[in-house]
Design a protein around this ligand. Structure first.
Ligand SMILES: [Zn+2]
Length: 145
């Protein structure tokens, strides 16, 4: 009984090959003759294997997530979106202003262009919204992992 306690304390080290040759042999001999300790040894081996298998497939995906969610990459992405929006809105505003202040332009053409511009803006905003939603759900997915 006392010997079993000694051996059980050494089993973890035995699996990790951390024991001296003498101690490792003592554990090996005991495991071969003692059902109880052999069961503990097998359980530990099974747990190690399971942990190893769980870590493995996550590895590549976790690495990719870290790259995608890296602060610099995120900031550049956000700044890119802001610049794109500002540029687009500014350009469209300027274009609309010069277009609508032309006295020679007929009213139906002005309305047509206005509808096209508003349509483009609407589509752009819907894409932006989808992107933001996708980013949120991505976060949830990461938490689950
Ligand atoms: Zn034992």
């Amino acid at each position: 009984m006392n010997q079993c306690q000694d051996i059980q304390e050494l089993i973890s080290g035995y699996i990790d090959h951390e024991l001296s040759q003498q101690k490792a042999q003592r554990v090996r001999l005991h495991i071969e003759s003692c059902d109880n300790c052999r069961e503990i040894y097998n359980d530990l081996i099974a747990i190690r294997k399971e942990m190893g298998q769980l870590q493995y497939p996550e590895c590549e995906e976790a690495k990719l997530d870290r790259i995608m969610n890296e602060p610099v990459a995120r900031t550049i992405g956000i700044v890119g979106w802001i610049m794109l929006i500002l540029g687009l809105v500014g350009f469209m505003g300027w274009q609309l202003f010069t277009f609508f202040t032309q006295p020679a332009m007929p009213t139906w053409a002005k309305i047509g262009v206005l509808l096209i511009e508003l349509g483009a803006l609407g589509l752009f905003l819907s894409v932006l919204r989808q992107r933001l939603i996708a980013r949120k759900t991505d976060k949830y997915r990461n938490v689950k992992l």
